[in-house]
Write a new protein. Structure first.
Lengths: 806, 117
């Protein structure tokens, strides 16, 4: 009996221990997680005092002043100390995020979250994310100066990691029951690949090939034109390209490539991943100093993708938004210049059909010869499960992403050729920009930058403004890579690259401002072939119209423009759509008249309190989906026409077959779809209103900033009171929008403002986790306290000192 | 009653000392060892360490939370889910600490009983 009692008590205790230490299913390890001495309670803390710490490898003391927003102002005596300190400080505030993002980039999420992430991880491996990061790192390490900086950063991160006891781990490690691993320079390269994938990882080549097969080339050209009448390109139309002289553009080979219909392609990055930037000259500025603005639009996450820092040595002093995991400042300013970036989207990813020489699939046909396949066995470790093995074959183009075992059409082998895989030293571009003092230094900094191609906006205290569209871009024949290419035909290769000096750029234009918002880079006169499936059509015109309309522009105007809620799409589409509605048809729907009047009275402004904006956005979404219902129900991967072309077709081709709805027997026109979509919208809005929910735009949209871990609600912020939307300068969608807002006036004493939807701390237990968010939502800014010297301690809350370890 | 007091003090002392090791399960060891050394009767075998460790965890948690306005506690209250109620999060913390200690104590007591055989 006593033995039985012992066994029983041991079993009871054992079960509790197991759950307490290892968790159960989605339940975290309750003992580890909940105990107050090493569990989450240890993360219940706000950073409020500095530290005196000896760091390995430092050559001199480093002082860090933190201001009220927990922005570190780092003063070091030399570059290596600076980047070591940057690594340490960034890890101190953002360790979990920086490591998690590199796991995501490398296709290792299954190690953390289990089997649910296997398909995602396979996709990352098959995209060659690590392959690209290794190529980049090899190139970076060839530069001895850059190599030592990257190693110093990495050592700084590792010094922080090695100082941690399990009780000090960020709370997410405790929740998921794992530990940080040592940081390596490769992780910095992976982080940059993560950004490259986000910004230059999209394409529509296979979808385009599908479309041609299903609907023909003529319809394709009608729905997806490369140039639009209204477009206002990044480089003003006045730009004359004759200074390029004769340029060589390859001629399309006679042979084309075809492919069986593709059902499933990789998940595409959000097509609204983009940004706004602009700068006005001293002449156009109210105070006589150039002003520059930038706001990159990305997924709205916590911890925020950006971490603000000032980084200073006796030789340079820079401040702005950093990417945790990468060195230096990515978007910012120094004592001489300011710069910003928007995505210069281009089709830099192409697909090649691979023809194997035989069934062994160890070689493939290339012209008259064959080339060997390099086979890589990807080992995907799975938390709580067996390691998953996936074979990825590499060609000289890149990895065969789609094959008989992964997406595609289950038959064809498609190799990816992607600029993201090419050796690059893009990290160096940003470190050079951090130190640039004038236009020439800015051009020198971006010279070798490859991907993701960016519109680098620039302004200097020497009163120059400029914008270069910089990236390594293949010099393609007309429509090369717009559709799938034949990998066995050497003529289908990228033949060369556009010479860097021929990348579109403009300096001190007559209109006294430069701007970009992910629209088409140039007009038709640019001598090289330019294509992308996702050029922006609205924000750019609103920005340019705004800047053109003002004779002089102030910082206040810049603020107003970044928060501008004018809905250009609605202003172009709604009058036509209302015209097609006949009000008397809606007597049966009691509320229709009311909604109709709301729309007629609406000022096209997506303010947070606007009812008109909610009705319009609901109607547009219904109309758009109803119009392209052919694609919604299709089992074939299709890229949908954009809003601009949809509006154009509504106005100019109302009889187009696509306006016929599959769900009905009748043959509809655009008018019918306008009416039917309005009816459906009214019904759904009416039903929503009867539940007591407000229909004001902010509530209807329900913008949230979600924790990186699948939007874990406990660590996310919901129902933010914000207006705007996609296609609006204030590009705040439901979970996507301005991830960093910066305005810099290059006066004698640089006047810089910033805001972002989050906070400096990655710890959900800190008040600095999301303390910047509410002011961002309100369209307000923080002054960025740019300290000239370590002694000019502006608004310092507390300081840390790092000293060399003996 | 005296035994209960001695047991409780011993459990708490051991928990504090072993706690330096920073492993949550030291409360199991502390309570188990205490019950091996000090004989308790009936339900006290479970409830004495349950109360003392439960209180220890609750007080420590409340002090930590209060010093930071319960910012994270409220979020954990959403995660668990306990409607973001900080009192409930502290109560669950205490309950878990008590359960672990109580379970450890039962093992210690059973060992003691077996050895007396």
């Amino acid at each position: 009996m006593k033995l039985f009692k012992l066994l029983l008590s041991l079993a009871f205790c054992g079960v509790l221990f197991y759950i307490g230490h290892f968790g159960l299913g989605t339940i975290p390890p309750l003992g580890k997680f909940m105990n107050p001495y090493s569990g989450f309670w240890q993360n219940e803390t706000t950073e409020s005092f500095g530290e005196q710490l000896a760091l390995d490898g430092l050559s001199a003391a480093v002082t860090v002043h933190y201001d009220a927003q927990l922005i570190p102002h780092v003063f070091a005596e030399n570059d290596l100390d600076l980047y070591r300190a940057q690594g340490y400080i960034t890890a101190k505030h953002r360790l979990w995020q920086m490591e998690f993002q590199t796991y995501a980039a490398a296709g290792r999420l299954s190690e953390i979250v289990g089997a649910d992430a296997i398909e995602y991880d396979r996709g990352q491996r098959r995209k060659g994310m690590v392959f690209g990061a290794e190529n980049a790192l090899d190139e970076m390490l060839k530069d001895p100066v850059l190599a030592t900086r990257i190693e110093a950063y990495s050592a700084g991160v590792n010094q922080y990691i090695s100082s941690l006891e399990p009780k000090d781990y960020p709370v997410e490690y405790k929740l998921l029951n794992y530990a940080p691993e040592p940081w390596q320079p490769l992780k910095s390269a992976l982080l940059l690949m993560y950004m490259t994938d986000m910004l230059a990882g999209g394409d529509a080549d296979l979808e385009n090939s599908n479309f041609i097969s299903l609907f023909g080339k003529e319809t394709f050209e009608l729905l997806f034109p490369e140039f639009l009448a209204d477009q206002d390109p990044v480089i003003p139309r006045e730009r004359d390209w004759s200074d390029f002289g004769e340029v060589t553009v390859p001629i399309a080979p006679a042979s084309k490539s075809g492919i069986a219909l593709v059902n499933e392609t990789l998940d595409q990055p959000d097509p609204d991943n983009g940004s706004n930037n602009w700068a006005v000259s001293a002449e156009k500025s109210v105070n006589g100093h150039p002003i520059l603005a930038n706001d990159p639009h990305l997924g709205l996450n916590l911890p925020s993708i950006w971490y603000v820092m000032q980084l200073a040595t006796p030789d340079h002093n820079v401040m702005g938004a950093t990417l945790p995991g990468a060195l230096g400042v990515i978007i910012g300013f120094n004592e001489h210049i300011a710069w910003g970036v928007t995505n210069a989207t281009r089709d830099v990813k192409d697909w090649y059909t691979i023809t194997f020489t035989d069934k062994s699939k160890t070689a493939y046909v290339y012209g008259e010869e064959s080339k060997p396949i390099n086979t890589v066995i990807e080992e995907i470790k799975v938390k709580g499960g067996e390691t998953y093995l996936d074979t990825v074959r590499y060609t000289h183009y890149g990895p065969i992403t789609y094959d008989e075992r992964f997406k595609g059409n289950g038959r064809d082998h498609l190799a990816m050729k992607w600029i993201g895989h090419q050796p690059n030293s893009n990290q160096n571009t940003f470190l050079k920009l951090n130190r640039a003092t004038d236009y020439d230094a800015y051009v020198d900094a971006i010279l070798t930058y490859t991907a993701p191609a960016q519109n680098f906006v620039f302004a200097s205290k020497e009163n120059d403004i400029a914008l270069w569209i910089q990236g390594k871009i293949a010099n393609k024949w007309e429509q090369q890579g717009k559709f799938v290419l034949d990998g066995s035909n050497p003529e289908h290769e990228w033949q060369s690259y556009i010479p860097q000096q021929h990348n579109p750029h403009v300096k001190n234009p007559e209109r006294q401002f430069v701007s970009s918002a992910n629209q088409h880079p140039t007009d038709e006169a640019y001598p090289y072939y330019v294509y992308d499936a996702n050029y922006e059509q609205y924000r750019n015109r609103t920005i340019n119209d705004f800047l053109r309309a003002l004779e002089k522009v102030s910082v206040e105007d810049f603020k107003a423009l970044q928060s501008n809620n004018f809905n250009l799409k609605a202003s172009e589409a709604l009058p036509s759509m209302l015209e097609l509605l006949e009000a008397e048809s809606y007597e049966a729907l009691g509320s229709a008249e009311g909604y109709l009047k709301t729309l007629k009275d609406w000022d096209y402004i997506n303010d947070k309190n606007s009812l008109g904006a909610s009705v319009w956005e609901a109607w547009w979404t219904t109309f758009y989906t109803m119009t392209w219902d052919e694609f919604e129900t299709s089992q074939i991967a299709i890229h949908w026409p954009d809003s601009y072309q949809t509006v154009w077709l509504l106005k100019n081709h109302p009889e187009l077959d696509f306006f016929d709805r599959l769900a009905t027997a009748e043959k509809e026109t655009a008018t019918d779809v306008v009416k039917a979509s309005f009816e459906q919208t009214v019904k759904s809005l009416y039903e929503l209103s009867t539940t007591g929910d407000s229909l004001d735009w902010a509530t209807y949209k329900g913008t949230y900033v979600g924790h990186l871990l699948q939007g874990l609600p406990a660590f996310s912020r919901f129902n933010l009171p914000v207006g705007g939307n996609g296609g609006i300068v204030n590009a705040m969608k439901k979970n996507h929008g301005p991830s960093w807002r910066m305005i810099v006036e290059l006066s004698d004493k640089t006047n810089a403002l910033g805001a972002y939807p989050g906070g400096q701390s990655g710890n959900p237990g800190s008040k600095h986790y999301d303390d910047l968010l509410d002011r961002w939502a309100a369209g307000e800014y923080y002054e960025l306290n740019f300290m000239k010297t370590v002694d000019e301690s502006l608004a310092v809350s507390f300081s840390s000192t790092f000293t060399p370890k003996n | 009653m005296k035994r209960i007091l001695i047991h409780s003090v011993l459990t708490l002392m051991l928990a504090v000392i072993l706690g330096l090791w920073n492993q949550w399960y030291t409360v199991i060891i502390a309570a188990g060892f205490s019950s091996y050394i000090v004989k308790l009767k009936g339900q006290w075998v479970f409830f004495a360490p349950f109360i003392v460790i439960g209180l220890d965890w609750a007080i420590e948690a409340a002090l930590i939370g209060a010093a930071n306005d319960f910012i994270l506690t409220k979020k954990i209250g959403v995660l668990l889910p306990l409607n973001g109620n900080t009192g409930a999060v502290i109560a669950v913390t205490a309950l878990l600490g008590g359960l672990f200690a109580g379970a450890g104590s039962l093992v210690g007591r059973s060992f003691r009983a077996l050895q007396k055989n």
